[in-house]
Design a binder for this molecule. Sequence first.
Ligand code: DI6
Ligand code: FE
Length: 407
Amino acid sequence: MAAQAAERRVWRNARLATLAEGAPGLAIVERGALAAESGRIAYVGPESEAPAAMLDGAEIVNCEGRWITPGLIDCHTHLVHAGDRAREFELRLAGASYEEIARAGGGILSSVKALRAASEENLVKESLPRLDALIKEGATTIEIKSGYGLDLANETKSLRAARKLADERPVAICATFLGAHALPPEMDGDKGRYIESVADEMIPAIARAGLADSVDGFCESIAFSPDEIARVFAAAKAHGLPVKLHADQLSNLGGAALAARFGALSADHLEYADEAGAAAMAAAGTVAVMLPGAYYFIRETQRPPIELFRRRGVKMAVATDCNPGTSPLTSLLLAMNLAATLFRMNVEECIAGVTREAARALGLQAETGTLEPGKRADLAIWDIERPAELVYRLGFNPLHARVWRGQ
Ligand code: DI6
Ligand code: FE
């Protein structure tokens, strides 16, 4: 029966970068085959060793020697937002200061204003082109944060829009509540009162509605202090939600160690992280998420301590940080190139960073991020001769096909 045949698919004559957990490098299989059944990987390995029964009645795809990697994962985005900040970009190029930009209606609060004015339906519509750009490069799982609503109604609107994107496209979406992103204007500078509403009102309501998979915060002098973030994290934990943190991006407030203390899935940015922070992250298994798009766009000069993370055995992911203010980036391929050229991450680290380690940063390592039996059959098939090409080129997309849950 045709329907049954479609249930099982085999990709043969492929070169596989499996990224298998615990294996060295990209865990490559030359002359490989991969079988999917009911959306999960049933076999992955040398074609010559594939069980004959696997081919029986399956739909066979000849990959003609192309490379297959796990579907890409963007583990840090703010891609649900309204409007853009191109005008602010122009002003900055003309030499405007932060204050002048804020006075001209720019900055993060202009994105808050735009999001509050947008309907949920329009938010979805505006966000789809950004989502499609990621999908076109083989992304199969994408994390999306709120954080431009900054009150319960608008934060839930953002999270619902993020969830709805998964109905519009064949992609898995992880939604993250980032209420502690910025202080909304109506709070008149009262951070304590706002943090109280994030912890005592928003987190319980959002957890009850099942609208978020995790809780994030922005720990920085221009945002929230470690004590304020700790309050938010305690509430998240009390409601069974894992946490992650924008940490040590512009200065060192001990964000990496704070995240680790709460067993965070990830600490992100980390340009100013230090030895103590890296040690705490290693002990807690907190992933370091590298965001070279923001580093590049704001012309940061302090590089995150990659060598320190390597030495301490901290796992590193790479993501776009897609947001209108500091990283208007919708390409994981370019994010990898930036991580390599600006941060000196190697090819294997970059590719693992947008697959296996990105899955770990989302707590999804049992489900996706590698080509291993039992995991979701989320694949990217590439027209390349060697994996380094995925990192090496700028602005070229060699994706041949994307497979989501075996389809
Ligand atoms: N870190 C950043 O760089 C952005 N948010 C964050 O937590 C800035 C977001 C924006 O300017 O819209
Ligand atoms: Fe961010």
